[in-house]
Design a protein around this ligand. Structure first.
Ligand SMILES: Cc1ncc(COP(=O)(O)O)c(C=O)c1O
Length: 394
C-alpha cells in the first residue's frame, strides 16, 4: 500500500521564472510586437547554444518543416520518407505540398527510424527524408546522411523534441540540410507556439528568411534600421507569413539564459527514473547509446509484461491502458509516447495501410508509455511517481 498522500503530477508543466514572464513586457512597452529585435536576439542565442550557423524563428515546428520542404522545392509527384511513429505533423507537411508520404518503420529500441529499411523505400521520385529525433534521442544521422548523399536527397531533421540532444558532440539540427525545433509548451523551451529552423547553408537560410516573411527581400526590421525605411521591399518569392512575434521571442530568449541548466535538470530527473526502474523487466526505460546525449523532452518507456510480438501487442495494449487508468486515478498523468501515423484515419484510408504494415510503429503506438518528466518537477513529485510505478510491479 502507498505510504504517501494523494498528489497530482502532470505529464509536463511549464516552468517560467518571474524574470522570464517579465521579459514579455519589453516588447509590449516598446510597441514593437512583430518579428523584430527580440526575434533576432532569440535566434542569436539559439545559434550560440546549438552551434547552428543560421537560426530562423517561425510560428511552429510544423510551419518550419513545411517551409524547409517548400524552400527545397518539394512538389506534387515527389516522395518523402517519414518515420511511421512520430507526431502527425511530420507527415502532414509533406501532404500540404502535394507530395507523397512514404512511411519507414522504426527501431523499437530507440523509437527512431529503422535505417536498415531506407534502401527498400527508395524510388526515382524520392526527394527528401525527414529523420525525427524522437523524444530527444537523436536519429542515426551518420547512416541517414550517407544514404541521402548517395541518392541526392534533402535531409530535414525533425528536431521538435531535440533541444539539448547531441549526436557525437554535435547538437541536432546542425546535421541535415535543415533542422526544425518546437516551442510548444510540452517542449523544454516554450514560447506558447513557436519553432526554430536551423541550417548551415547560407543560400537556404536566405531563402527561408524570405519565405517566412511573405517572400520579402528584406525584413521590416532591416528596412526600419536602413537608410530608406519609407520604401517597401521587393518580393522575389510568393512567400508565407510564418513570422514569430517579438512577444514570443522575448520569452524564448529569456529562457535561453538557463538553457544548460534546463538540459542538466532534465537529464538528472531521467537518471533518477533509470536507477529506480532498472530492475523492472516489464518496463523498458529509454535506451542509452554511446555517442548520443538524450535531451529528454519526455521519458518514453515500453510496457512489456510479456515479450512484444505481433500477436501479443493488442493484449499488452489492454493491460497498458488499465495501468494508465490506475495511474491517472492516483493523480499521475501518463501518455502513449506518441502515435503511429499510419494508423490514424487520414493516412490509413488514403494509403490503405494496416497497423501490421509497420510492426514496430504499431507496437510502439500500443505498448509505449511516457511518464511525467519536466524541469521544475519536485523531488516529492518524482518520489510519488516512482513509488507508484514500483508498486505496480507487486
Ligand atoms: C516529432 C514532432 N514533430 C513536429 C511537431 C510539431 O510541433 P509544433 O506543435 O511546434 O508545430 C511535434 C510536436 O509535438 C513533434 O513532437
Amino acid at each position: 500500500m502507498s505510504s504517501t498522500a494523494h498528489m497530482n503530477v502532470p505529464i509536463a508543466r511549464t516552468s517560467l521564472l518571474e524574470s522570464e514572464i517579465q521579459s514579455v513586457m519589453e516588447p509590449l512597452r516598446s510597441g514593437w510586437l512583430v518579428q523584430g529585435p527580440k526575434v533576432r536576439e532569440f535566434e542569436d542565442k539559439w545559434s550560440a547554444f546549438t552551434g547552428a550557423k543560421h537560426s530562423i524563428a517561425v510560428t511552429s515546428c510544423t510551419t518550419g518543416l513545411h517551409l524547409s520542404l517548400a524552400a527545397m522545392g518539394i512538389e506534387p509527384g515527389d516522395e518523402v520518407i517519414v518515420p511511421a511513429f512520430t507526431w502527425i505533423a511530420t507527415a502532414n507537411v509533406v501532404e500540404h505540398l502535394g507530395a507523397k508520404v512514404v512511411f519507414c518503420d522504426i527501431d523499437l529500441e530507440t523509437f527512431n527510424l529503422d535505417v536498415a529499411k531506407l534502401e527498400t523505400l527508395l524510388t526515382p521520385k524520392t526527394k527528401a527524408i525527414l529523420p525525427v529525433h524522437l523524444f530527444g534521442m537523436a536519429a542515426d544521422m551518420q547512416t541517414v546522411n550517407v544514404f541521402a548523399k548517395a541518392n541526392k536527397l534533402w535531409v530535414v531533421e525533425d528536431a521538435a523534441c531535440g533541444f539539448g540532444s547531441r549526436y557525437h558532440g554535435d547538437h541536432v539540427g546542425t546535421l541535415g540540410d535543415t533542422g526544425v525545433f518546437s516551442f510548444h509548451p510540452r517542449k523544454a523551451i516554450t514560447t506558447g507556439e513557436g519553432g526554430m529552423i536551423t541550417t548551415q547553408d547560407d543560400e537556404l537560410a536566405a531563402k527561408l528568411r524570405r519565405l517566412r516573411d511573405h517572400g520579402a527581400a528584406m525584413s521590416d526590421l532591416q528596412r526600419h534600421l536602413g537608410a530608406r525605411p519609407y520604401l517597401l521591399a521587393d518580393h522575389p518569392d510568393a512567400g508565407y507569413n510564418q513570422r514569430m512575434t517579438d512577444l514570443q521571442a522575448a520569452l524564448g530568449s529569456a529562457q535561453m539564459d538557463r538553457a544548460s541548466d534546463i538540459v542538466l535538470e532534465r537529464r538528472q530527473l531521467a537518471q533518477r527514473y533509470d536507477e529506480a526502474f532498472a530492475k523492472l523487466a516489464w518496463l523498458r526505460t529509454p535506451v542509452q547509446q554511446i555517442g548520443y546525449e538524450h535531451g529528454y523532452q519526455s521519458y518514453p518507456c515500453l510496457f512489456q509484461p510479456e515479450s512484444i510480438r505481433p500477436d501479443s501487442v493488442s493484449r499488452i495494449n489492454e493491460r497498458r491502458n488499465v495501468w494508465m487508468d490506475k495511474l491517472q486515478k492516483l493523480g499521475i498523468s501518463t501518455r502513449p509516447a506518441t502515435h503511429a501515423v499510419h494508423m490514424l484515419t487520414f493516412y490509413r484510408d488514403k494509403y490503405k495501410l494496416k497497423p501490421q504494415d509497420f510492426p514496430n510503429a504499431y507496437a510502439a503506438n500500443d505498448c509505449s508509455i511516457s511518464l511525467p518528466l519536466f524541469h521544475g518537477m519536485t523531488g516529492e513529485e518524482q518520489d510519488y511517481v516512482i513509488e507508484h510505478v514500483l508498486e505496480s510491479a507487486s
